[in-house]
Design a protein around this ligand. Structure first.
Ligand SMILES: Nc1ncnc2c1ncn2[C@@H]1O[C@H](COP(=O)(O)OP(=O)(O)OP(=O)(O)O)[C@@H](O)[C@H]1O
Length: 229
């Protein structure tokens, strides 16, 4: 479902490639940890999957579509099949919890009656059913991340990309977030998560792809974070 073939990404004015001849495949329904030190290329990897950037060389395929040759007007359709979660939550500050989630459906023109039905369902799934009318600043960090996950998942994406989703959270709260991502993964959604959190990687024992200087140096099923931490 996701394939990178000999992908190299060189940013302008940088001597070293952010990704250097990366080839890998990720199947539907997999849960993959993307690990590696700061600057190893994890975010670049995720950005290429979203076509936020194009590779300098090589091809990126998502769900049977080659992104390199995809025209601009097709990009929103691609992104509709992918949900994203970030370390800093990125919620709309002046919108309530339910408005934040509803917004993801409004922008793709879902009918009002669908939005009214689906938003409470997904808020219940993430454990926020009593907090629909709160503003983001009235929530804890873990709760804000749950809203972000609800927003990313409400459209039932094929893939969920998470860039350090537990980076701002304490270990206990992180565990709750991981249980939620596991639950989403069990619905058949592919989850790709960039992380530095070795406790999480070691306890979950899922596929681990390690990047080092833009190259894949390890790809292990049921992997651990590794010795180099
Ligand atoms: N827009 C950009 N312009 C120039 N260089 C960039 C840009 N984005 C990233 N880079 C460089 O590409 C390399 C890979 O960066 P990337 O953000 O993908 O790493 P990362 O593994 O996600 O790091 P971190 O764990 O710190 O988030 C780094 O050397 C970085 O400086």
């Amino acid at each position: 479902m996701i394939e990178l073939q000999h992908v190299t990404k060189l940013y302008p004015a940088s001597a070293r490639p952010a990704l250097d001849d990366v080839s890998t495949e990720i199947d539907k329904g997999e849960f993959v940890f993307l690990i590696g030190s700061s600057g190893s290329g994890k975010s670049t990897f995720l950005r290429l999957l979203l076509k936020e950037d194009d590779p300098t060389r090589g091809t990126v395929t998502v769900n049977g579509k080659t992104l390199n040759t995809m025209s601009k007007w097709q990009v929103p359709k691609l992104r509709r099949t992918m949900g994203c979660v970030f370390q800093d939550f990125r919620l709309l500050r002046n919108r309530t919890v339910s408005e934040n989630v509803a917004f993801a459906l409004e922008v793709i023109n879902k009918p009002h009656r669908t939005i009214k039905r689906v938003v409470p369902e997904v808020l219940e799934m993430v454990g926020l059913e009593g907090k629909a009318n709160r503003l983001p600043h009235e929530l804890s960090g873990g709760e804000q991340q749950r809203v972000a996950i609800a927003r990313a998942f409400v459209n039932r994406p094929l893939v969920l990309l998470a860039d350090e989703p537990t980076g701002n959270l304490d270990p206990e709260t992180s565990e709750g977030i991981m249980l939620l991502l596991e639950r989403i993964n069990r619905t058949g959604t592919t989850v790709i998560m960039a992380t530095h959190d070795y406790h999480i990687v070691d306890s979950m024992r899922r596929r681990v792809i390690e990047l080092n200087g833009g190259q894949i140096t390890r790809d292990q099923t049921r992997g651990v974070y590794g010795v180099g931490r």
